[in-house]
Design a protein. Structure first.
Length: 360
């Protein structure tokens, strides 16, 4: 049957309304999570979300009623009993319990914590049959500003699932934690998350973890936004904790600042993007490799710009466009690795060999 022309079916004054309805339907279809899809994802993903409880026995008080509870969320990373959470969730590393999706509670061994991100690894002590039934999460790549996320956690001692749907309002923020650590690529959402969801996963619409919920960046009171440690960082830290119990970071031994096109134009630099070396640590890898820091600075208004230092534009086989790029690419190396670093010294392009150190 042939479809009739819209104009022959409806009066002209109906056409704008029809177009508006079609546009709204298109927006709804592309809006991310529909209700049925959201419920399906929650049902399939919730078994990977766990509750984490710990206890602290105060001096002189040994009864159960006198114990302070530390609780939060976490998620399963494999079928070997490895669970990831945040160290701040755990009040006592010697008394940790993990509550699984079915309400069963099992003791857990504290395997280690990364001091820089606060990510902690637990090992659930349960029968082999229980461990085999666990299904680890899948990790996504970098988050994208504007994408929908579902954050999950467990409350009421880990027995009840809590869900929050949000939007990634900024995918790559650089923030300082309450402990003073600088973290790159922090995922920010347009809605705040309750602290009991700390350590829980944020999922994308394909059921992959794009971040770990973390209130590490909220100093006092409430925040209008939620925050998460990005999935690539979580995965990298977890792999290190599983393998060695600690996270070993390669160290360059240099202070860096990003080169932007506007700064490059202002300072007359040979490249529009890169990482300018502001200083080198005496005796560190950068100094031993022959890298040079800034020798002077230029004041403009209330800003001070370092000038004269080498500009890093490559590390190994990777291009470098910012100071954050250097931090990201260093994760591909281990302490003691030797690689090439590409720099501009003035207008001269150079390649130097550098042996990376260990960040303390």
């Amino acid at each position: 049957m042939k479809m009739k022309n819209i104009r022959s079916c409806y009066p002209a004054f109906f056409l704008p309304l029809i177009v508006l309805l079609i546009q709204c339907a298109s927006v709804d279809a592309a809006a991310g999570f529909g209700e049925s899809e959201r419920l399906r994802l929650i049902k399939s993903l919730s078994p990977a979300v766990v509750g984490v409880n710990s206890t602290v026995i105060k001096s002189g008080q040994v009864t159960a009623s006198a114990m302070d509870k530390g609780s939060g969320s976490g998620f399963v990373v494999d079928s070997k009993g490895n669970v990831v959470t945040l160290g701040r969730v755990i009040a006592d590393r010697h008394n940790v319990e993990v509550v699984l999706w079915d309400g069963t509670t099992w003791p857990a061994i504290f395997r280690g914590e990364d001091s820089e991100t606060g990510i902690a690894l637990l090992s659930v002590q349960a029968p082999e049959k229980v461990l085999r039934s666990l299904r680890g999460v899948r990790f996504a790549g970098d988050a994208v500003t504007g994408q929908d996320v579902i954050a999950m956690g467990r409350v009421a001692g880990g027995e009840m699932l809590m869900v929050s749907q949000a939007l990634v309002s900024c995918a790559k923020r650089t923030l300082v934690t309450v402990n003073g650590s600088l973290l790159y690529d922090v995922v920010q959402t347009d809605r705040p998350l309750v602290k009991v969801m700390d350590g829980g996963p944020m999922f994308d619409n394909q059921g992959r973890v794009i971040a770990m919920s973390a209130s590490l960046f909220i100093k006092d009171g409430e925040s209008p936004s939620g925050y998460g440690i990005p999935a690539p960082t979580v995965r990298w830290v977890v792999e290190g904790l599983i393998e060695k119990g600690v996270v070993e970071r390669a160290w360059l031994g240099a202070g860096l600042v990003s080169i932007t096109p506007s700064l490059s134009s202002f300072l007359g630099l040979p490249v529009s993007n890169g990482a300018l070396i502001t200083e080198v640590v005496p005796g560190g890898p950068a100094e031993k490799a022959g890298l040079k820091g800034s020798e002077k600075s230029l004041c403009l208004g209330n800003r001070v710009y370092p000038v004269g230092g080498d500009i890093i534009v490559g590390l190994g086989k990777s291009q470098i466009r910012s100071d954050a790029d250097v931090i990201r690419k260093l994760k591909q190396f281990k302490p003691g690795d030797t690689t090439l670093i590409t720099i501009y010294r003035g207008s001269r392009l150079m390649k130097l060999k550098i042996k990376l150190g260990r960040r303390k």
